[in-house]
Design a binder for this molecule. Structure first.
Ligand code: HEM
Length: 325
């Protein structure tokens, strides 16, 4: 038999790296008993001070995992070559870095052995748990977060620009972007339901307000007031139009009901329900069946958290989340 070619060997190595297996949620039970409780408390405190932070923490985890896997690369700051913070979808938009850094400091203060400078809990795991705890704190579903991710010592801004889907994407592009990461169409629609919480800047939905017709006219009028055609790039609107401020940032299935009403904020939201695409049925299902959305979202978040993690002796456990050791 001919020996396997170099490319076959390379492929096998890549497959092995991509399938690195995480550990159960008990991973820190001996090395850092309080880790999960400290993360939960830190998230609760941040949300109590500013409810909008929950959405930002969820998005951080997504933008981490979509770029070279869930390795906390998104947290490396501008002093690190190729920092992802300046990527198109991240610059002037991502927030929550300080919240994660504070949680990390609290966790390490509780768990680092005296005289040992080695950190114990990875920033990537903290992000994954903080995303889950944020969703739960805002009324959404819970899921078990597998643990044992390690942190990268590199970032990749070019990959961030390539892999993070922009808000102007059509449904085929969204299906491909998520499909490339191993998600089904149903996963992609469920994950888009994250836009039941959080905000977007005018520059990201202006072309929809002034150029598209599959938008509810009262909704468009209301949004145009705070998003003029030529100014106000950074003005914010709720991603999920909510009837009262009471329900803002509640994690529920109203995002899908609003898509049925042509009240999706981003182009990439409304294309999931445009009358023709194969995603319409899934939107209808999630709009009428909240438990179906909850369980699809939770299961897709587990898949997201498993994207190409560094495990075992790969990578490192950073001492602080914004810099490699
Ligand atoms: C389907 C493709 C997606 C696109 C095109 C997209 C795009 C965007 C854009 C443009 C914003 C507003 C950013 C700004 O204006 O500063 C945003 C916000 C947000 N996205 Fe997505 N997103 C997508 C999927 C996801 C997924 C999968 C999640 C999480 C599971 C997510 C979670 C969020 C959250 C929570 C916010 C609000 C952040 C905040 O208020 O700080 N998004 N997204």
């Amino acid at each position: 038999m001919a020996s396997p070619s170099l490319s076959v060997v390379l492929l096998l190595c890549l497959a092995a790296a991509a399938s690195a297996v995480l550990s159960p949620p008990t991973f820190y039970n001996t090395s850092c008993t309080q880790a999960l409780a400290i993360i939960k408390t830190g998230v609760a405190a941040a949300i109590a001070t500013d409810r909008s932070m929950g959405a930002s923490l969820l998005r951080l985890h997504f933008h981490d995992c979509f770029v070279q896997g869930c390795d906390a690369s998104v947290l490396l700051d501008a002093t690190v070559p190729n920092s992802e913070r300046s990527a198109l979808g991240n610059a002037g938009s991502l927030r929550g870095f300080d919240v994660i850094e504070k949680i990390k400091a609290d966790v390490e203060a509780a768990c680092k052995k005296k005289g040992n400078s080695r950190a114990v809990v990875s920033c990537a795991d903290i992000l994954a748990v903080a995303a889950r705890d944020s969703v739960v704190a805002l009324g959404g579903p819970a899921w078990d977060v597998q643990l044992g991710r390690r942190d990268s010592d590199t970032a990749n801004v070019a990959l961030a620009n390539q892999d993070l889907p922009p808000p102007f994407m059509d449904v085929a592009g969204l299906i491909k972007s998520f499909g490339d990461k191993g998600f089904t169409m149903t996963d992609m629609v469920a994950l888009s339901g994250a836009h039941t919480i959080g905000r977007a800047q005018c520059k990201n939905f202006r072309s929809r307000l002034y150029g598209e017709d599959n938008i509810d006219s009262d909704y468009a009028t209301k949004l145009r007031a705070n998003c003029p055609q030529t100014s106000g790039d950074g003005n914010l609107a709720q991603l999920d139009d909510t009837p009262t401020t009471m329900t803002a940032d509640n994690f529920d299935n109203s995002y899908f009901v609003n898509l049925q009403l042509k009240k999706g904020l981003l182009h990439s939201d409304q294309v999931l329900f445009n009358g023709t695409g194969g995603t319409n049925n899934t939107v209808n299902n999630f709009a009428s069946n909240p438990p179906a959305f909850s369980s699809a979202f939770a299961s897709a978040m587990v898949t997201m958290g498993n994207l190409s993690p560094l495990t075992g002796s790969q990578g490192q456990i950073r001492r602080i989340c914004s810099k490699p050791n």
